[in-house]
Design a protein around this ligand. Structure first.
Ligand SMILES: [Zn+2]
Length: 280
């Protein structure tokens, strides 16, 4: 019973964040009626008291659900009591963070490995290098389905020691695709997984010459696939990254350069140059 309430809340949260993503890509005038209907239908299945609490939190901030990370609320950092940690793990009751009031849940899926520190204090990272690196560039994706290319990109994140389990990461990203595809048109797709806590945002970028059909607003196969892991606390920043990348890669000069890249290093040069002004 309680587990299903928490699952419903998590799905509602996901839909709300998807709506925010759509707004940031498609602009404020876009038609949101389909996703609005899904959100209303999901909200109507909640117990009235739970729904009221959800709406109250939503008015403050669109992040209503906070994943637990090392026994703490990942949004405000408040450490939970042992009894609360147990209750969250067992899904026995809806546990609110004692500090920020958000609903705490136990995230499943891949775990962050370790934040990669700069090699020296002089290696100040700017722009895209804050979230990505040359070893996360796949200039020639082989997969022919969203699950296959997501798996290739997830594997690059595991090899580069960003996450511990590419298979779990892929599974979570495919589950997210099944709610609403992240193909946004202009041959771009933005698969992602939220709730990979304990580190920063990470971005792997792949180019598929054949193209892969992602569901979503896109009618044509996606050639440019941006795969992110997003700690919940930086969800708002992710929307800016999304807008910056989609702005850069709707321009022919950047798309053509990405298609011509014949090595990870060449693709890294393309994304660095393309986002120089859109990502500060
Ligand atoms: Zn909190």
């Amino acid at each position: 019973m309680m587990r299903s309430t928490i699952n419903h809340l998590a799905q509602l949260q996901e839909l709300i964040l998807i709506r925010d993503e759509q707004r940031s890509i498609r602009g404020p005038g876009a038609d949101m009626s389909v996703i609005n209907q899904s959100i209303d239908a999901m909200a109507d299945t909640l117990d009235p008291e739970v729904k009221m609490n959800f709406n109250r939190l939503y008015k403050k901030d669109h992040i209503v659900m906070a994943p637990m990370n090392n026994g703490s609320c990942s949004m405000c950092g408040m450490h939970l009591a042992i009894s609360q940690i147990q209750a969250v793990k067992l899904c026995r009751q809806v546990i609110a963070c004692p500090s920020c009031g958000r609903v705490i849940y136990d995230p499943t899926g891949a775990k962050w490995v370790a934040e990669r520190k700069p090699r020296s204090p002089f290696e100040q990272k700017v722009g895209i290098a804050r979230f990505s690196s040359p070893d996360l560039m796949l200039h020639d994706l082989r997969g022919t389905t969203p699950a296959e290319v997501i798996s290739e990109l997830a594997m690059s994140l595991q090899k580069a020691l960003f996450v511990d389990d590419a298979a779990k990461l892929t599974e979570a990203a495919v589950a997210r695709e099944n709610i609403l595809g992240t193909g946004i048109g202009h041959d771009l797709a933005f698969p992602h997984v939220r709730g990979i806590e304990g580190g920063g945002l990470s971005l792997a970028f792949g180019v598929s010459r054949k193209g892969v059909k992602f569901e979503g607003a896109s009618q044509t196969p996606s050639h440019f696939i941006f795969f992110s892991t997003i700690p919940t606390a930086v969800s708002a920043f992710y929307l800016r990254l999304l807008a910056g990348l989609s702005d850069s890669f709707t321009k022919d000069v950047n798309r053509n350069a990405a298609l011509e890249a014949d090595s990870p290093e060449a693709l890294w040069k393309v994304i660095t140059k393309a986002t120089r002004y859109s990502l500060k």
